[in-house]
Design a protein around this ligand. Structure first.
Ligand SMILES: [Zn+2]
Length: 146
């Protein structure tokens, strides 16, 4: 397991609730399989105690390049179920922005490249995200400076 701790450090994954399970090196990219799990929180809906439920199907999170290789994190997120009202909630992490599957560090990198005045298609290609993700980030910028 020490080797996997090393990977989280190397990738700058700061969320201690993320555990790396496996990694795959293909000739074109690197893939990291990880899980997100922590103690069941209180229910947002009724404030009852939730319990651990199953894991969501792994979501694909494109990550920053690692040693020149495109890197993909497949993250399985724990789901919790409320004992009282039956509501199901998915675990949350600082690794990705809450409403979309883009890693926070990738967002920061987009911002940096926009400041360096790189073209949007170049940024999208380099970070393996869609051009619309880059445009969204640009719009966020403009909203802040208005
Ligand atoms: Zn509840």
């Amino acid at each position: 397991m020490e080797q996997f701790d090393f990977i989280t450090n190397l990738l700058g994954i700061k969320d201690p609730n993320i555990t790396i399970l496996d990694h795959v090196d293909s000739t074109t990219h690197k893939e990291i399989l990880a899980k997100l799990d922590y103690l069941a929180p209180k229910c947002h809906n009724c404030h009852g105690q939730m319990t651990k439920y199953d894991f969501q199907k792994a979501s694909k999170i494109p990550y920053l390049e690692c040693a020149g290789y495109k890197t993909l994190i497949r993250l399985k997120k724990r789901r919790f179920k409320c004992k009282k009202c039956g509501k199901v909630a998915v675990s949350e992490t600082s690794l990705v922005n809450k409403n979309h599957q883009i890693a926070t560090v990738v967002h920061q990198k987009i911002a940096q490249l926009l400041i360096e005045k790189q073209s949007m298609p170049d940024i999208a290609k380099r970070l393996a995200v869609s051009t619309s993700t880059v445009i969204r980030k640009l719009n966020e910028f403009q909203l802040k400076t208005d």
